[in-house]
Write a protein that binds this ligand. Structure first.
Ligand code: GLN
Length: 199
């Protein structure tokens, strides 16, 4: 198994450290050629979504990655990554991959409250530590989207088909349940079914 990690900006090194610790091979995605390689899962890290979106276009990575996600490549998207996946942003006219049918609010907690720590249950994983940094939350979801976690009545984790979207940063804590859930979803999927169709 090899996981592609978008490595143009933001907290990609922290995700890579966890993959290494869990014994999973990864590929840093820095240009269009990397994005066209064959890999079994994709991590979209936190950071700054406007910058990431711009770099994805400039580095010729946008189309190959969008296509792979649309064809079913398993994705774990955290914070800015969630913004990249969202079909709609409620407070921004930008739209990036648009493969996750949810409406996301950027910087949803305001400047002061933008960064905080809490613990909440995620799906059937039990309590998970959650670090929020100038975080978005999910305002609404469309049919087929499974809500995995809420904090103060706001949705902060969802799953839709091959895509897991999180408002928080699981890579900044010691708990590995989220990464394990993602890696399990890769193992359980017919890996080659989508790569044959892609590109
Ligand atoms: N506020 C950032 C954005 O809108 C996301 C923050 C994060 O990834 N920690 O892109």
């Amino acid at each position: 198994m090899i996981v592609g990690v978008l490595a143009v900006q933001g907290a990609f090194a922290e995700h890579e450290k966890i993959l290494k610790e869990l014994g999973v091979e990864y590929l840093e995605l820095r240009n269009g050629n990397d994005a066209r390689q064959d890999f079994d899962g994709l991590i979209l890290p936190g950071g700054e979504s406007t910058t990431q979106g711009k770099l994805l276009r400039e580095l010729d990575m946008f189309e190959p990655l969008q296509e792979k996600i649309a064809y079913g490549l398993p994705v774990l998207a955290t914070c800015a990554g969630l913004i990249l996946l969202a079909e709609e942003l409620s407070n921004d006219s930008a739209r990036y991959f648009g493969t996750l049918p949810v409406k996301v609010k950027r910087n949803a907690y305001g400047r002061q409250l933008g960064s905080f720590y809490t613990e909440e249950a995620v799906g059937d994983l039990g309590k998970v530590p959650m670090t929020f940094i100038r975080a978005p939350y999910i305002e609404s979801v469309k049919a087929g989207v499974e809500v995995l976690a809420e904090v103060n009545e706001h949705i902060v984790a969802v799953r839709y088909k091959n895509q897991i979207g999180l408002s928080f940063h699981p890579e900044l804590n010691e708990d590995r349940k989220i990464h394990q859930m993602f890696l399990d979803s890769i193992s359980h999927q017919d890996l080659k079914a989508w790569t044959q169709k892609a590109i």
